[in-house]
Design a protein around this ligand. Sequence first.
Ligand code: FAD
Ligand code: NAD
Length: 468
Amino acid sequence: MNPMLAANGVLTPEVLIIGGGPGGYVAAIRAGQLGLDTVLVDGDRLGGTCLIRGCIPSKALIHVAGLYDEMVKAAGEKGRYGIHLGAAPSLDFAATIGWKNGVVERLSNGVSGLLRKARVNVVSGWAKFSDAKTCHVETVEGVITIRPEHVILATGSRPVELPFLPFGGKVISSTQALELTEVPKRLVVVGAGYIGMELGIAFAKLGAELVIVEAQDRILPLYDTTLTNPVRKWLERHGVVLHLGSKVNGISGDNLNIETALGERLALPADKVLVTVGRKPHTEGWGCEAMALAMDGRFVKVDDRCATATTNVWAIGDLVGEPMLAHKASAQGEMVAEIIAGHKRRFDPAAIPAVCFTEPEIVSVGLDVAGEQHVTGQFPFQANGRALSMDSGDDGGFVRTIADRQSGRILGIQAVGKHISELAGEFTALIEMGATLDDMAGVIHAHPTLGEAAHESALKALGRALHI
Ligand code: FAD
Ligand code: NAD
């Protein structure tokens, strides 16, 4: 914190941002770049859920799990691609978590550096509002009062806790799962959504016996089953037990008690129970109720500029609604900083990409259900040279492009396959720029790359497929 600002005991910046996650820190960097006197408050390390206990640590773990799994296969009798490991690999999981923590630390320090460069004053402590424009922050040096012109709320979200399965002991949330120092021998995951599937698969690759309990009748219910079938097949091939349409009743001793879709009561032995049944906006404990904000269900209500019902109070990221994704939060943060600086901006993306880092990965951008008025082209990775050369052509993956039948305008692109998360940018750019199937078909894609499958899906929709 810059002590000069606190000389009269009250800080009066132009912009006060609560929350140093991707929404808050991006808003702060942009506000600082635009010359606004900006204070950013966070009670934790900089980076928020995304960087400290979400996107980044989970992807680091997924990376190590993939490597380990390949090595275990190479150590098997048949080896892998002619590679034979003389002995099975050994895993020092505490060291894995140490490496993951190093990645997190490096990025969190990077955020600090960027904020310094943008001349943002960072205050470390928990913020509480007594009214919409008065904020008190408990720091180690005492309470600081801040009366800003503008407030940007970016307090993020928290894991949902099931009342009959409270966190504690062997019942853990994603935060604790990313801090374990041993791979649980028997892991039961409750909730087969984003986190449950990403972390569940990672732990299965690391050697855990995985059981998944999901209330709905399919995994990853937010995607259509055509997209999730390859993931489901991977689970089946790897001995993961799935209880779909099942209800959790509670935990007793070592067992998680569930009732299956057929009404059968089962006691599932578990060393850890990872509960991933969704996240809720963080609206409690910081004076949200004192700010006269309108609510939209559990979320803070905002308009298409992220303005709340209270003048000059803005809200962004997980706090304001679905999708609860880091790139949505940061896009909103950048926009609000620019609006405060006088720019004319609205949050009106043509599409927000969703990526699930399962095995195989799933990407979905824009429209995902085609009707009569649409034309669809689907191309399998089985016919893509790059996929086959990376041994990822036979897991049922494909790219699917959906366009308006009359205009050819691309409305949605989905893909499932190994490594395809990196195609999310191309898919989103095509939709955001209003490309048609002819535009997509006219783009020369480098060979051999997975992107050629996207190209072919457009050709297929146009009835001109070359490689199937
Ligand atoms: P957050 O990142 O939650 O940050 C909020 C910040 O506010 C926190 O740092 C908190 O300490 C601070 N704060 C809150 N209240 C106060 C207060 N009163 N005073 C001071 N500070 C306060 N999204 C993706 O797009 N891709 C992924 O791959 C992905 N993976 C994920 C994996 C996991 C395991 C989890 C849990 C989430 C994942 N997400 C992913 C979601 C992503 O992390 C969130 O969408 C994103 O972090 C939301 O950003 P935010 O800025 O709104 O809030
Ligand atoms: P989620 O909404 O993705 O999935 C929750 C799952 O739990 C659903 O399938 C739901 O049917 C199931 N469920 C709910 N109550 C249940 C119960 N009582 N018993 C059994 N199953 C139950 O939630 P999540 O996995 O906790 O993730 C939270 C959010 O974090 C996501 O919505 C997403 O926004 C974000 N996230 C994104 C990524 C990514 O972008 N790759 C990764 C992780 C998390």
